[in-house]
Design a protein around this ligand. Structure first.
Ligand code: UD1
Length: 423
C-alpha cells in the first residue's frame, strides 16, 4: 500500500487547475446506462473511483474508451447483466447509483447493499422509497437490493425525508424514463446534481427546477447520446485553497467555478485570509495570523461536509477556540485523533470538535481513514515541522487526481513511496 512522505513545513504558492468533479462524474457515468447512443463525457478525473465505475459499467454491458479530452461510452443494447456485485460495491458506495438507471432502462436491478462505512451508517432508504413511489417493487435479500419494474416505471410525486445527494440523483435518473410526470420534493441542491441534470438534458431528458429543491420531470420513452462536460471539483479545489491559508501561502485555483466555492470562500474570508475571485479563478493568500472561526456543515448551499476535515486542520493554526459542528454525517471526526498525534489540541464532544490554536504541528506517522480525512492529514503534514508519513493513501487515490504532482508544482516536497504489502 502506497504512502506519502511529506517534508514540512512548506508554503503552497503558485497556480493549480481544478480537476473535473469526481462526485459529478460518478452519476454522469451511471447515466450512460440510460442512453441508446454513444455518450462522450469530458473532464472526467483520472481517479480510482472512476476506474471502479467504468469496471462496473463494463460488467453491466456499457463499454468505455478514452476519447479526446474525455471518455466515450457505448451503451450497447441495454440487455446486459443488471447485477452490481459486492466485490465492487464494497470498494465504492457510489455503485448504488446504478440502481435507478438499471431499474428504469432494464426493468430490474440487483445491487449489493453498500454496508457500513467509515463515516457513519449511511442508509439508502430514501433511494428505495423513491423508486418504490415510481412503481418499482423493491426487496432486500441476502445483502442485495432487488428491484423489478417489468411494465416500466410510472411518474409520481415523492418527497425525500432529508436532502440526499446520491438519493436525489438515483431517483431522478429513474424518473426520466418513467411514464408521465414526476415531482421530486426536498431534493438536495448540490452543484453536482445540477451537472447531472445538464448531462441528462443533453441525452434528451426533460427536467425543470435545476438548482432548487423541487424537480419536475416529464418522462420520455428513450434517451439518445450526446457530449457533455463535468464541472470542476469544488472539494478538490477547496482543499488547495485551504492549504494556501494553512501554510501562509498564495494559491490561484484555475478553471474553477467560484460560485460553487462560496460557502468555503466566505468562511476563509472570516478567518482573515485574503480571497480574490475572477470569472473562473480564485486566489487565496495569507501572510498574517488567522482567526479561529466556528463552523457548521450543512447540505448545499451550506459548508460542505467533504471539506470539514481540511478546515479542522486549518483551525489548528488559527488563534483562539473554534467549534466545528458536523451535522451531515455522524462519526466524521476520526481524523482528529491523528491530528492530535501531530500536536493539535482538539476535544470532540458529540457532533462538535473544539479546536484550540495555534499549536505547532510536528511530523508523524499517521493513518488515513477515509478520503477527506486523508487530505486533512496531508495538509497537516505540509504545515508540520519534519517528516510526515501518511499511510493508506489509497483513500486519496479514490478522489484526488495527481495530488502529489499538484502539490509538488505548488512548491512542496511530497513523495509517493511503496509501503509494506497489504496483509
Ligand atoms: C454524497 C457524496 C459525499 C458527500 C455527501 C454529503 C457522492 C458520490 N458522495 O454522499 O462525498 O459527503 O453526499 O454531501 O456524491 N441518508 C439517509 N437515507 C438515505 C440517504 C441518505 O438517512 O437514503 C442520510 C445519510 O446517512 C447522511 C445524509 O442523509 O446523514 C446525507 O447523505 P447523502 O447526501 O445521501 O450522502 P451521499 O449521497 O451518500
Amino acid at each position: 500500500m502506497d504512502r506519502f512522505r511529506i517534508h514540512g513545513p512548506c508554503r503552497l504558492s503558485g497556480s493549480v487547475e481544478a480537476s473535473g468533479a469526481k462526485n459529478a462524474a460518478l452519476p454522469a457515468l451511471a447515466a450512460t446506462l440510460l442512453a441508446r447512443e454513444p455518450v462522450i463525457l469530458r473532464r472526467v478525473p483520472r481517479v480510482r473511483d472512476i476506474a471502479t465505475m467504468r469496471e462496473l459499467l463494463s460488467r453491466l454491458g456499457v463499454e468505455s474508451e478514452e476519447a479526446e479530452n474525455g471518455l466515450r461510452f457505448h451503451p450497447g443494447g441495454g440487455d446486459g447483466s443488471s447485477e452490481a456485485l459486492y466485490d465492487l460495491v464494497k470498494t465504492m458506495r457510489a455503485s448504488v447509483l446504478t440502481l435507478g438507471p438499471l431499474t428504469a432502462r432494464r426493468g430490474r436491478a440487483r445491487v449489493s447493499l453498500p454496508g457500513g462505512c467509515a463515516i457513519g451508517v449511511r442508509p439508502i432508504d430514501q433511494h428505495l422509497a423513491g423508486l418504490a413511489a415510481l412503481g418499482a417493487e423493491v426487496r432486500l435479500e441476502h445483502g442485495y437490493v432487488e428491484t423489478r419494474a417489468e411494465g416500466g416505471l410510472r411518474g409520481a410525486r415523492f418527497r425525500f425525508e432529508m436532502p440526499t445527494v446520491t438519493g436525489t440523483e438515483n431517483v431522478l435518473m429513474a424518473a426520466v424514463l418513467a411514464e408521465g410526470d414526476t415531482v421530486l420534493e426536498n431534493c438536495a441542491r448540490e452543484p453536482e446534481i445540477g451537472n447531472l441534470i445538464e448531462v441528462l438534458e443533453t441525452l434528451g431528458a426533460k427536467i425543470d427546477g435545476r438548482g432548487t429543491d423541487t424537480l419536475r420531470i416529464q418522462g420520455v420513452d428513450a434517451l439518445g447520446g450526446g457530449d457533455a462536460t463535468i464541472i470542476p471539483d469544488r472539494i478538490e479545489g477547496g482543499t488547495y485553497l485551504l492549504g494556501a491559508a494553512l501554510t501562509r501561502g498564495d494559491v490561484t485555483l484555475e478553471r474553477c467555478r467560484p460560485r460553487d466555492l462560496e460557502p468555503l470562500l466566505e468562511q476563509l474570508d472570516s478567518t482573515g485570509a485574503r480571497v480574490e475571485t475572477g470569472p473562473d479563478r480564485v486566489r487565496v493568500q495569507t501572510d498574517g495570523e488567522l482567526r479561529a472561526r466556528d463552523l457548521q456543515t450543512a447540505p448545499h448551499p451550506g459548508f460542505p461536509t467533504d471539506l470539514q476535515a481540511q478546515y479542522t486542520t486549518l483551525m489548528t493554526q488559527a488563534r483562539g477556540r473554534s467549534r466545528i459542528r458536523e451535522t451531515v454525517f455522524e462519526n466524521r471526526f476520526q481524523h482528529t485523533a491523528e491530528l492530535m498525534r501531530m500536536g493539535a489540541e482538539i476535544e470532540v464532544r458529540g457532533d462538535t470538535a473544539e479546536v484550540d490554536g495555534p499549536t505547532p504541528l510536528t511530523g508523524a506517522r499517521v493513518m488515513a481513514t477515509d478520503l477527506r480525512a486523508s487530505a486533512c492529514l496531508v495538509l497537516a503534514g505540509l504545515a508540520a515541522e519534519g517528516e510526515t508519513l501518511v499511510q493508506r493513501i489509497y483513500h486519496l487515490d479514490r478522489g484526488y487526481e495527481g495530488f502529489e504532482e499538484k502539490l509538488t508544482a505548488l512548491g512542496c516536497r511530497v513523495e509517493r513511496t511503496p509501503g509494506p504489502p497489504t496483509p
